[in-house]
Write a new protein. Structure first.
Length: 82
């Protein structure tokens, strides 16, 4: 049997944690009940330029990309194609 890690007790990297109030991307995602794509965009925005080997521009572009996925999902839902 594999050793299970309690993901709730695993600390998040500092680039996902606010410096003033200590909010994490997960706290914000849960509090605002964000969907998967929007939550992913939030994570990229919050960490923009803070994660090693990722520039702010790369993270912002990733956020834009996943927001396009969310827009596509919303348009399909509105048109009844999903």
């Amino acid at each position: 049997m594999k050793n299970k890690t309690d993901y709730k007790k695993t600390p998040q990297p500092n680039y996902y944690k606010g410096v003033v109030y200590g909010y994490t991307a997960k706290n914000i995602t849960d509090d605002f009940e964000l969907g998967a794509w929007t939550a992913q965009a939030l994570k990229y925005i919050l960490r923009a330029g803070k994660k090693e080997k990722n520039t702010a521009a790369q993270d912002i572009q990733k956020a834009i990309n996943v927001l396009h996925f969310e827009l596509d999902r919303l348009y399909k839902k509105k048109n009844g194609t999903i």
